[in-house]
Design a binder for this molecule. Structure first.
Ligand code: SAM
Length: 206
């Protein structure tokens, strides 16, 4: 498929997508915000006053939503390799969360305690070759699980994006060791043709 026709198709799909239009009309930075909002409606993840860490936050839709939900008494820390434009009530950190220096900045920004909720909508750079992309996405999720020990409060919750495919069942087993409850969610705003799913992992026990 030529690059031109695939970008033309992407533009057509964006123009037809009701969530793209709603995001634009509502001042949201991404259509992804509706995925979080739909999961949150069901799971009640975001509580007033909570400390939330948003990993892979750019352009910032999830952080906008989280800041509104936790309110002034809460705290939202947003991390991404890419720059994120300022969002009221959100502390931004630019860098790779697996880098020790960035991890230390995150720990500092979380303040005295750790996060009540870690959000992770991260995706690796997609090459289009699933035998490369799938292991990359699993490695990224494993790195998040490992970092959770330093970032997430005991009893805390994590919402993490995964791509269905090789390695997911093994990863789920690891998640079940670390969290007392694990549920899979595929919100309506997640395109049906996309292999992405979200895990809601609750009651962190490490
Ligand atoms: N939830 C976001 C929103 O609503 O605007 C969209 C997130 S976007 C799908 C995924 C992001 O993950 C990208 O901006 C990418 O730069 C980031 N990312 C991927 N690997 C990362 C890493 N190792 N450290 C920090 N950010 C990363």
């Amino acid at each position: 498929m030529s690059r031109k026709s695939s970008s033309g198709r992407w533009k057509q799909r964006q123009a037809r997508d009701p969530f793209v239009r709603q995001a634009h009309a509502g001042g949201w930075r991404s259509r992804a915000v509706f995925k979080l909002a739909q999961i949150d409606e069901r799971e009640h993840l975001l509580q007033r006053g909570a400390t939330v860490l948003d990993l892979g936050a750019a352009p910032g839709g999830w952080s906008q939503y989280a800041a509104g939900k936790v309110g002034r008494g809460g705290r939202v820390v947003a991390v991404d390799l890419l720059p994120i434009e300022a969002i009221d009530g959100v502390h931004r950190i630019r860098g790779d969360f697996t880098d020790e220096k960035v991890l230390e900045q995150i720990i500092d920004a979380l303040g005295a305690g750790k996060a009540d909720l870690v959000l992770c909508d991260m995706a690796p750079n997609i090459s289009g070759n699933s035998s490369v992309d799938q292991p990359r996405s699993i490695r990224l999720a494993e790195a998040v699980l490992q970092a959770a020990q330093r970032l997430l409060k005991p009893g805390g919750t994590m919402l993490i994006k995964l791509f269905q495919g090789e390695g997911v069942e093994e990863l789920l087993q690891e998640v079940r060791v670390q969290f007392a409850s694990v549920r899979r969610r595929k919100p309506a705003a997640s395109r049906s043709e996309s292999r992405e799913i979200y895990l809601v992992a609750g009651n962190y026990r490490l």
